[in-house]
Ligand binder design. Structure first.
Ligand code: URA
Length: 435
């Protein structure tokens, strides 16, 4: 088989066989197929799509491109969550410790920033020493010991997704239902999840911009889950405006810490409790998502979730003094707060423009090899529907470069739209898709 023939077949809208997909995934993982060929193939998939059979074959080939973990002898039921990516989405940092604190072990393989969306691993690496490359043995040992793991794809686990994910980030091939569905589900299958709550973002700052696309992605992932024997449910959640206030790595860790201490922005806290409630229900710890949410709230309020987050950081070699005193986390040299020029009601806080501004400040990558600046980012002080008086703080830019700071100010200013009329707040969720 030749990679170029497989690329041409997909370019010409052909349906790839199982063997062709397996060959491509194997070849890319082993280095036999080059990155430029994989990028061309990803673009052909983005433009021409895949059948459900192709998506399932792709998912399984990526899941089996490395080791797969069997958690059946390790935990009674391995429940995981995954977000399709958004702006200010630090849910994992709060929801997973909550769920683990309620007695349901969570072992998670997270991703890095993708396009304008942030990545959990980049956020956690704001904490000096925190390791995101646990081996399979370390993953299992930690899950047994503290019931919580938050790591990335090592060379052992779903390496095909690890490679393709970073390539897609810089080749304009993120927004594809087959590629997102196979990326998410392959990681989950490889990491041994038996039940998964997927947080499918939709709106201006999501890869799926409308409800119809988000439903289609959800139905695809639920179907893959069913074929792979996993219980899968998708929560359709809003990503028109950033989740919470902070966008940028260390800033988001600080907001997650605040939330674990019972504070934090109301929308973010509610979002985390809802996700945790569904995870607890799916994992059999609660009869319903609502009663799961009550258990989650108790674990947040009595400090158990915070304690578990601390244990997680410690177990993965992070310096806990940085989360005990978040002031020690990386800080930008230049901080500028922009105030509202006039009074009015906010009718839009465009999440993608804000995510892009954060990437340009250095919080994300434009090229695969770009380093991340953990200190930079934005804090957005208001939500759609808020009435703001002239002179109130609107947003704060944290930058390490004066030119980039001014560019971010311009870009973020353009993200706000105003109305003289009252505007309703945006919903947090639009529905649930399950088998
Ligand atoms: N999250 C993933 O893991 N993969 C994607 O492609 C998008 C979001």
């Amino acid at each position: 088989m030749r990679a170029v023939d497989i690329i041409i077949k997909k370019r010409d809208r052909g349906e790839l066989s199982k063997e062709e997909i397996e060959y491509f995934v194997w070849g890319f993982t082993s280095g036999e197929i080059t990155e430029y060929q994989a990028a061309a193939w990803a673009m052909a998939v983005l433009l021409n799509g895949m059948t459900m059979r192709e998506i399932t074959d792709l998912t399984l080939a990526m899941a089996h491109s490395g080791e797969t973990i069997d958690l059946s002898g390790v935990v009674a039921l391995a429940v995981d969550k995954h977000s399709t990516g958004g702006v200010g989405d630090k849910t994992t940092l709060v929801a997973e410790p909550i769920v683990a604190a309620c007695g349901l072990p969570v072992g998670k393989m997270s991703g890095r920033g993708l396009g304008f969306s942030g990545g959990t691993l980049d956020k956690m690496e704001s904490i000096p020493g925190y390791r995101t490359n646990l081996s399979t043995q370390e993953f299992i040992a930690q899950l047994r010991k503290i019931g919580l793991v938050l790591t990335g794809q090592s060379a052992d686990l779903a390496p095909a997704d690890g490679k393709l994910y970073s390539l897609r980030d810089v080749t304009g091939t993120v927004q594809s239902i087959p590629l997102i569905a196979s990326s998410v589900m392959s990681k989950k299958i490889a990491a041994g999840a038996q039940a998964i709550v997927l947080d499918v973002k939709l709106g201006l700052g999501a890869f799926m911009t409308d409800l119809q696309q988000a439903r289609q992605l959800s139905e695809t992932m639920v179907m893959i889950g069913k074929l792979a024997g996993l219980q899968t449910i998708c929560l359709l959640s809003d990503m028109n405006q950033p989740l919470g206030c902070a966008v940028g790595n260390a800033l988001e860790v600080i907001e997650a810490i605040d939330t674990l201490h019972g504070k934090g922005p109301a929308d973010f806290r509610e979002h985390c409790l809802t996700v945790a409630g569904h995870m607890l229900a799916l994992g059999g710890k609660a009869d319903s998502a609502q009663s799961g949410k009550e258990l989650a709230l108790a674990a947040l309020q009595d400090g158990r979730a915070w304690e578990l987050f601390r244990q997680l950081v410690q177990a993965q070699n992070g310096d806990v003094s940085f989360i005990d005193q978040p002031d020690k986390l990386p800080k930008a040299n230049l901080v500028k707060t922009v105030r509202a020029a006039h009074s009015g009601c906010l009718s839009q806080v465009h999440a993608r423009l804000i995510g892009e501004a954060s990437v340009k400040l250095g919080a994300g990558r434009s090229r695969k090899s770009d380093p991340i600046d953990h200190a930079v980012g934005l804090v957005i002080h208001h939500k759609v529907g808020d009435f703001i008086s002239a002179g109130e703080p609107l947003f704060t830019v944290h930058a390490n470069d004066a030119v980039r700071l001014e560019e971010a100010v311009q870009a973020v200013q353009a993200a706000f739209q105003w109305s003289d009329e009252r505007v309703p707040a945006l919903p947090l969720f639009y529905g649930v898709v399950s088998a």
